[in-house]
Design a binder for this molecule. Sequence first.
Ligand code: HEM
Length: 422
Amino acid sequence: MDLPAGPRGPTAWQTVAWMARPGAFLSRAHARFGDPVTIRTYWTEEPMVLFSGPDAVRDVFRLDPAIAPAGQSWEFLRPFAGPHSILLLDGEEHLHERRLMAAPFHGDRMRALAPLIAEVARAELGGWNGRVVALERMRQLTLEIILRVVFGARDEEAAQLRNAVEDTLESVRSMPRMLAMALVQRDLGPRSPWGRFRIAVERFDSLLFELLARRRAAPADDSVLAMLLGQRDQDGNPPTDQQLRDQLVALLVGGHDSSAATLAWAFERLARHPVVLARLRAGDPAYLDAVVKEVLRVRPALTIAPRLLLEPVQIAGRSLPAGVQVAACLWLALRREDLWRDASAFRPERWLQDPPQDPMSWIPFGGGVRRCAGAPFAEMQIREILRVAAQMRIRAARPGSERARRSMLVVVPDRGAEVLVG
Ligand code: HEM
């Protein structure tokens, strides 16, 4: 069975383009080959067929997980994510885990977390002056929010966990290092990449288990962890420490870099759109919401939602064989000129004037049974932070938009969203 056409450059070349200039690579591939397009990178062993039209995207998100699991695409995360991680599970086990984990991120429970987020945001942004690389600061801020609001960690606890998380992520943030580690998971001593990574994870785990023991002894707050501690399985049993640990790490892995990247893009875009910033300052909640949606559209943090095919399937009338990856291409779907008027423009007004009719065209959080479990929380967090940012004077540090490049799993501005404040 022939795969849809795609770039013919060597895999190494496609991998470099995919990493260094993902936006340009995807747009060029789409312009040349249309929808779908097949790419080949070292990111996955199999070729990957990208779809971006709403009907095809709907088909991808509806694929039976028994035929098209998503968990295997995250396999390289297993050493940190842990065996019970929602990211690695599929089928019934995955749905069960999802029901437990998604509960704290909805309705009143989630809204109750907003004041603490706003407080942490004010503390961070209040210190900005002069040249700021927003991506670095947003990584700090979103980590702080996860540790305080999701893990419920307090001062000294949060400081220790922060160091341990940074050590762990430091050893995986560089893509070549992460790929090398995934290939050679051998402990060649504490100074080797894998050895350093393993030690960092052990240190993080022991701090987390101590935190869990303290919270079990004295459950005292309204953090996401406090809600997760209250979970009961069908036999009425509370979660084990290992389950809780894997849930917290999934929330950290899923929520930290993705939120930081999106917020960095928000600063990069707002700094170049003073009219939007001024309108945001006026405080209309509908406009704030439109800005959040538009940032997620025009600069999605994740470019694909991949699934590995174990059996042949049909997607939008196209037959695909087993053994390939298929992906809803979030980046293309959100930026196709035939789906969005003036697609590459940052224009929050579009959400107030002509919002999209088909829900499958706005998919920054993926879709189907794997849709981002933290999406309502992510949007709320961005809203709270932008509400504070709107009161500041922010300008671009240099002319010209920043280009997109990959950092680990997400797409970030290539100069880290360099802005001038004050
Ligand atoms: C702007 C920020 C975020 C973006 C753009 C984003 C995007 C995504 C995407 C595209 C997926 C994969 C969907 C798929 O494969 O169909 C995902 C999964 C996930 N996200 Fe997010 N996410 C964000 C923030 C968060 C936050 C704040 C949390 C939690 C605190 C979170 C937790 C998760 C989890 C647990 C999954 C796995 C869901 C599953 O496998 O069932 N994400 N996210």
